[in-house]
Design a protein around this ligand. Sequence first.
Ligand SMILES: [Zn+2]
Length: 152
Amino acid sequence: MDDRHLDSLELDAVRAGEADVAATAHVASCPACRSEADHLCRLAGLLKDPVVEIPAAVDRAILARFRKLGRRPIWTAAAAAAAVACLGWLAVRPQTSPLDVDRSGRVDIRDAYLLALEIRAGGGRDADGDGLITPKDAEAIARKSVSLERRP
Ligand SMILES: [Zn+2]
């Protein structure tokens, strides 16, 4: 390490614990760099996991939109079910995915949103199979619904 002060990238590496020994030693012995590193730590703390509360009015508007968007698939599903009934649908009735929270016949981002609301209200279900009901369950559905990977 030379005698110069660290730049912001080097200071951030020290903050993240990813800097080399010389840079870490410099920050420990240099009040100016230590002050900058402390500032970066405080800033990183402010940016970490920001909690954004969604106003209830926004939830209601989104749910109303979901209901409006969901009418056609539900109607289509009902028509399809009636047609299948004519053919003995009990034998071929499709299984509903436990991740299909809104029972629309598919797992999509709406299911993730609805599960997040259920979990926030103290309910929900274990979507990621870890035995716990946490916000990660809604995230698991969200990831599956927007994944670019092919699923069987
Ligand atoms: Zn320095």
